[in-house]
Design a protein around this ligand. Sequence first.
Ligand code: GA4
Length: 324
Amino acid sequence: MVLLSKPTTEHYSYVKNCMASTFSSTIPIVDLSKPDAKTLIVKACEEFGFFKVINHGVPMDAISQLETEAFKFFSMSLNEKEKAGPPNPFGYGSKRIGRNGDVGWVEYLLLNTNQEHNFSLCGQNPEKFRGLLNSYMSSVKKMACDILELMAEGLKIQQKNVFSKLLMDKQSDSVFRVNHYPACPELAVKGQNLIGFGEHTDPQIISLLRSNNTSGLQIYLRDGSWISVPPDHSSFFINVGDSLQVMTNGRFRSVRHRVLANGFKARLSMIYFGGPPLSEKIAPLPSLMKGKESLYNEFTWFEYKNSTYGSRLADNRLGHFERI
Ligand code: GA4
């Protein structure tokens, strides 16, 4: 197995020419402390399926401590990291993403957010890492619920917790991911791009991403262009997932995104994917239909997840469920 700490890109088919625009200043910014947040969230979800959140209330101190522990984890030997178990479904993974042949210049930890299922971590102080992860996950889950409630209000849905109750449910099938993209100096020399995490949409309801100050994240716009998201270590980036696209009958669109490895600096991102319980029916909310037909055949999250895990990263997973 090739170690990520000794990068060589020669044999990788995922070196691509991913010419994207320059950094974009068009990405919507939502200040959660302002009264217009709900209106801006709806607008951003309609236009981009993506926005940046400031004044989110997660203490920077908790974020930095977790980031430090995560970097320590990834700096260990491959042997040590693999003690966390393979990432199916939860554990440590390197380069391989999913089960169907996708690869990227990334190593990661995939974790269950349900704290009853405690994950095994190794290293010098696994208890500290676990404690920081658990408290961070609770803060981010709370922020996700606050955002989903503002969204419901913005959409003028009477039941404010119509989306957030799915994340609050004890059976909520949410996932947490820590991605480490090592710097790849070879690229900087050759002026090439290397795919860290290939383009995809997130299958869940909502995803909350926070990274260190290293660039790499790009989103796909409706006009067919890719834009680079300027990194901001003190903010969160929110993605609409496929399930929210269905629940809003296509009014919100899940955002296609990808990450390119950086030639000079390692990137570390932490993402909370808020998902519903497995038995939950995913269908457009009646109050958003206004006499329109559903664009999708009804399915449960269990069915969607099964189909997702049989797909390749870049596939259009919702395609199978669209009504013709
Ligand atoms: C993308 C969003 C989350 O990272 C994830 C990913 C999952 C995995 O890494 O195992 C998948 C991917 C994600 C969608 C298609 C399938 C499944 C890899 C893959 C090729 C944890 C998720 O829920 O779906």
